[in-house]
Write a protein that binds this ligand. Sequence first.
Ligand code: TXA
Ligand code: MG
Length: 321
Amino acid sequence: MFTDQGKAMETVVTDSPERAAEFIRRGGLAAFPTETVYGLGAGIFDEKAVAGVFRAKSRPADNPLIAHVSDPRQIRSVASRITDPATKFIDAFFPGPLTVILPKSEDVPSIATAGLDTIGVRMPDCRIALEFIGFAKTPVVAPSANISGRPSPTTWKAVLEDLDGRIDCILRGDATRVGLESTVVDCSGIKPTVLRAGGISVEELIKIVPETRMATNGSARVRSPGSMHTHYTPSARVVLIAYPSELERCRAAGFIGLDIPGAEPELAQVCGSVEEYAFHLFDFFRKCDRRGIKTIYCQQVDETGLGVALMDRLRRAAAAS
Ligand code: TXA
Ligand code: MG
């Protein structure tokens, strides 16, 4: 965001949740860590601040934002009704990497939900995020704190790289534990529908509400406008591979995956598990971009547990590049 004089604004970096929350209370924008990725926060009832979030990220206006709460009791201030499946998911997974979609309260400005009559709500499993939202004294809308289309930020430095001079504040925390965004499950209808795979697996959701299903591609597109837009893309070309041992030439390339590649890449991240892979992925994309790497080879993983979300991000990154 820019000041009235057209100059970039100063972005304050702080370790204090209270100081960062003060910017929210004054109508500003503050990025903060969660367990999934860093978010770019604004007070949900402050229409001007919410508009500022879209501007700072160059986010298309048709992509709705998620409301973040520090206490499940705050959900009532943003949702008009908490449906039965949502209650079950909230009891089982809040705080945690799950967003439930509910009918929206009239008090929430429609710009926050891109005109939809539903709203996504989540309570992050991250102490510093909960303190920040608590001090803000309001639910906080927050998309991932990247320029739209870029890989989501998993470190405060990645936020600075994208948004320095465009937002008021960055609350500095550790690298985010999960590294991929929350699972988004629509609980506004009869059967819960997963619109975005994420930190809570579909298997875990089905254990709580057996009727839960994955959205088909078309329906996710209609119900979750965000899924239509380009995402998670480094500047480098992303190529998915099954067997890294068969890589013969990958000089001047990057590699990330679970097995050791056959050829020696310029930059490699061999991960011990799917969880570790998810943790490193977006940061690795950014590292490759900084090094000017042209191609990133990414090993495919089995689509179970967190592997579903990881493959979703890898496919989108590959499709967009
Ligand atoms: O882990 C996360 O969810 C992170 C952290 C910061 O909490 N946030 C995040 O926000 O990933 P964002 O804006 O990058 O992605 C939100 C996704 C989008 O795909 C959006 O379309 C979908 O959630 N979404 C939000 N509200 C919705 C609604 N009312 N109906 C359907 N989809 C919704
Ligand atoms: Mg995002």
